[in-house]
Design a binder for this molecule. Structure first.
Ligand code: ATP
Length: 134
């Protein structure tokens, strides 16, 4: 049992489906690694970089939005708002989203508006971080 089945689903559809050896996700209180045979768990995910290692040992990265992860019976399901591979990220769009969020955050805001803009900023920063890594 050195792999397990994972499904990564975003609002756009199935992002990834396959057997993997390892998964590292951005959870609300830090990064969490998920190896085969992990005990049952449900995790809240925050905006950040998800990494997984396929059955061949190759690592892949994706920028994800908020969501949840469930692990049970050696199967993992990740459901997130958004997921993008580095090559699918439009850097210009992410830079514009970052600037837009930063500009609006300078104004007086309700708690709700503030939370929405912080989340938008976190998504943009994650996309930029993923595309600036080698
Ligand atoms: P924007 O303000 O540019 O729309 P956003 O963070 O509000 O950014 P989301 O609501 O997170 O966008 O995503 C909407 C859709 O657009 C999703 O399918 C997401 O994967 C995609 N997306 C958002 N930003 C980018 C980007 N910079 N490059 C590629 N795809 C993106």
């Amino acid at each position: 049992m050195n792999t397990y089945a994972v499904q990564i689903i975003s609002s756009d559809g199935v992002f990834y489906y396959g057997r993997i050896k390892n998964l590292i996700v951005p959870a609300t209180d830090g990064e969490v690694g998920v190896l085969p045979g992990h005990e049952e768990m449900i995790l809240a995910l925050r905006e950040g970089i998800l990494r997984y290692q396929d059955g061949e040992g190759e690592w892949y990265k994706a920028a994800i939005g908020r969501g949840t992860l469930q692990f049970a019976n050696n199967r993992c399901t990740v459901v997130v708002d958004t997921a993008e591979r580095p090559e699918d990220i439009d850097i210009h769009r992410a830079m514009e989203a970052k600037q837009r969020a930063e500009e609006k955050l300078r104004h007086r805001l309700s708690d709700r508006e503030y939370r929405i803009l912080q989340a938008a900023l976190a998504r943009a920063l994650t996309r930029l971080k993923l595309t600036s890594q080698d």
